[in-house]
Design a protein around this ligand. Sequence first.
Ligand code: C6P
Length: 408
Amino acid sequence: MKDLSFSIDEIRSQFPILKRTVNGKKLVYFDNGASSQKPQCVIDIINNYYCNENANIHRGVHFLSQEATTNYENARETIQHYIHAKESCEIIFTRGGTDSINLVATSFGETLQKGDEILISFMEHHSNIVPWQMLCERKELVLKVIPIHSTGELNIEAFENLLSEKTKLLAITHVSNTLGTINPVNYLIKKAHTVGAKVLLDGAQSIQHFPINVQELDCDFFAFSGHKVFGPTGVGVLYGKKELLESIPPYQGGGDMISKVTFDKTTYNELPHKFEAGTPHISGGIALGKAFEFLNNLDSEAVIQHERALLAYAEEKLMQIDGLKIIGNSKHKASVISFIIDGIHPFDVGTLLDKQGIAVRTGHHCTQPLMDFFQIPGTIRASFAMYNTLEEIDIFIAALQRSIDMLK
Ligand code: C6P
């Protein structure tokens, strides 16, 4: 049963780190795009796993091994239901979003032929650029890049022109980690499918902000990291359509991913194990399941409204600051704001904000081509989560103004 009320105090009370001070000030954590904080239930389940349940999975007949296996597989099912995948075998545990994309580049990439084209966009994170560059070099494929408008929105006309029968994969971010842009993925996926291309959505910055339904989206792959969605680091997920995952070769070789090994020939395990070589991050998978249970207990519509209010309030306040320019003004944005200030380096602002207890990210945000597009060295980025408050934004704005006054 969902708790349909959204009590910010109740939510904040579940995140112990939010009570701490940094440099003598109450922590204001606005670096959720880099990594989210963890609720007590996620921390507790990791602790409990190592105190009471630790064992390897899928291998032992003994009680602890079977218990750990059940908990790990239950977590897979929780994630399956959260993103509305048809079957739990479509949920592959990986080391994180980067690893998920590399899995597709390696395994799906193996099925591509010289001259085939891969389409990405100008606003991709390096994790959704470099694996494709490496693949293109290895297999003599062609990488094409969809340009964007100065608003930070995708150039749809250019996308349509770049798409052709040669396009085998569209690999695109759902939400830009730097601009906050929410891409029109429903349209992009439909259109890509008309030429027979598969679609990988990089969901690293979307899954923590709004519900995901991979069947409705009809994406072929969906990749994300656990640590950005209130779970631990070192674990992530690749969703893939079952038939597609079955048709591509394994990613890595090792234990658990095999059916039978002889020196003459090795056959592979069924999904999802075919893609999960070696002992996985067991406590991480279990804890990621718990993070999704935590999300399941919230009213997602209330979370969306709250984050929208944070974004609107912060943008309104920031725009009142002299010489400040917001980078990324898409009509549809998640609660991520990048900005620059005339004559001041982002790093200096980030450092002074930190002295006042405020955590933001500064720099290129692993999107260097995007920085080149805007002809800037980097931005200051405030990225909000559902536990942030309007009062924290007031503290941030006052601290930002103080920093600017010191630097000018
Ligand atoms: N972006 C940020 O501060 P990993 O590092 O594997 O957990 O996630 C990679 C990744 C992939 N795609 C997008 C859109 C991302 O935003 C990220 C991670 C962080 O913006 C750290 S660089």
